[in-house]
Design a protein around this ligand. Structure first.
Ligand code: GRF
Length: 211
């Protein structure tokens, strides 16, 4: 696919969408050179949909239960992405698996952010407060965020960027989540910018940063 100056991205989000908002803000401040052309949610009450509507980004509520079979759901997702000329998919707190056909169609062009330093504290069931509870229970002194490509396994694709932060003796899962979330907001746009401007080059499992 040819490189566009402001690649068209779809954001998939299930919840409040603070990461989505941070991306909207970085696009507005011209730090991130991308266009969010569509926001898709499985949850009609997602705060992310509201955030999109406020800034005029088209929204789509799309969930498996609206369809008679999984193939029809996958076709609907792919059609929405194609009709909106989407080049990249950004997961921002999306709680559903991405269908395999969508992963294959957008290979190396789907990103996710995870609130820990993968491969630690990742995988099935490791989301939201479970991650921070596990970090504290394990006694880790450092945690952080990981931005990675999405492949067919949970939290497994190539790592694009990581940023660490401290775990304090006094931390609760809530206080740790807040510290990590601030790091997420400062990291996600940087990784996406690198991916879309191709200064982060995917070389199999590893990535290379061009100077
Ligand atoms: C973030 O912690 C992100 O790492 C994880 O889901 C959470 C979404 O938060 N994948 P928000 O909806 O962006 O506020």
């Amino acid at each position: 696919m040819s490189k566009s100056t402001s690649p068209r991205c779809a954001v998939f989000a299930s919840g409040g969408g603070s990461n989505f908002q941070a991306l909207i803000d970085r696009i507005a401040s011209k730090d991130l050179h991308a266009t969010i052309a569509l926001c898709i949610s499985n949850n009609s009450a997602a705060g992310a949909l509201e955030r999109a509507q406020i800034v005029g980004i088209p929204t789509l509520h799309c969930t498996q239960s609206q369809f008679t079979d999984p193939a029809a759901y996958t076709r609907a997702l792919l059609a929405a992405l194609k009709n909106n000329n989407i080049e990249y998919i950004i997961l921002a707190g999306y709680m559903k698996m991405i269908p395999r056909e969508v992963i294959a169609t957008y290979r190396n062009r789907i990103v996710n952010i995870h609130p820990a330093l993968l491969p630690a504290f990742g995988g099935k069931g490791m989301y939201g407060h479970y991650v921070h509870e596990a970090v504290i229970a394990y006694g880790a002194r450092i945690t952080g965020v990981t931005v990675h490509l999405v492949d067919e396994e949970y939290d497994h694709g190539s790592i694009l960027m990581q940023q660490s932060c401290q775990v304090l003796d006094t931390d609760t899962p809530q206080s740790l989540a807040a510290r990590v979330l601030a790091v997420e907001h400062d990291t996600y746009w940087r990784a996406i910018e690198g991916l879309v401007n191709e200064s982060i080059v995917i070389e199999g499992r590893k990535v290379r940063y061009l100077a």
